[in-house]
Write a protein that binds this ligand. Structure first.
Ligand code: COA
Length: 148
């Protein structure tokens, strides 16, 4: 299974492809309420979404970044890979794509709230935990960050 492309979302069709992955992963698989999963930042002009597609053009992964707090910080959110594609290096490639975009836009710090089951995934990419565990959408999380 090879992913043909990971790219920034630029069209409505791209965005609905990104949402389709998030719907499958967060709303259907993880039972996150739709009203929490799809939020106001999705349509903010400063939010950058990414979508990964397979050779057939089907969306298989997504993530988004948005400005956060201080001027040099970006928040990484909604990182999702369809179940059949996990463990293929796609999550790593999505993170590399969004970090590269953030860096070239001038951001120097990436922050995220990791579901604790994914903590080791982010640690392997250089993210460090910050503070205590907390609950969000009924899922245990930990804040993490990385200098870009
Ligand atoms: N726990 C520990 N290590 C993990 C891991 C996990 N849950 N998921 C991946 N890794 C490791 C891989 O083993 C691999 O390590 P290696 O470089 O030593 O081989 C590395 O992280 C990269 O893995 P990759 O194949 O790129 O990850 P992925 O495509 O499976 O994507 C997620 C990882 C977390 C994005 C994916 O599992 C997912 O979408 N999960 C459901 C949604 C979710 O929970 N998102 C996170 C919200 S915070």
């Amino acid at each position: 299974m090879s992913v043909v492309e990971i790219r920034k979302v630029t069209t409505k069709a791209d965005l609905s492809d990104a949402f389709a992955v998030r719907r499958a992963v967060f709303i259907e698989e993880q039972a996150v309420p739709e009203e929490l999963e799809l939020d106001e930042f999705d349509h903010d002009a400063s939010t950058i979404h990414f979508v990964a597609r397979n050779a057939g053009g089907q969306p298989v992964g997504t993530a988004r970044i948005r400005p956060y707090g201080t001027s040099d910080a970006v928040k990484v959110e909604r990182v999702a890979v369809l179940r059949d594609w996990r463990g293929t290096g796609l999550g790593r490639r999505l993170m590399a794509a969004l970090e590269s975009e953030a860096r070239s836009t001038g951001y120097r710090l990436a922050k995220l709230n990791a579901q604790t089951h994914a903590r080791a995934f982010y640690e392997g990419l250089g993210y460090e935990p910050r503070g205590d565990l907390f609950m969000e959408a009924n899922i245990e999380h930990i804040a993490m960050e990385k200098r870009l």
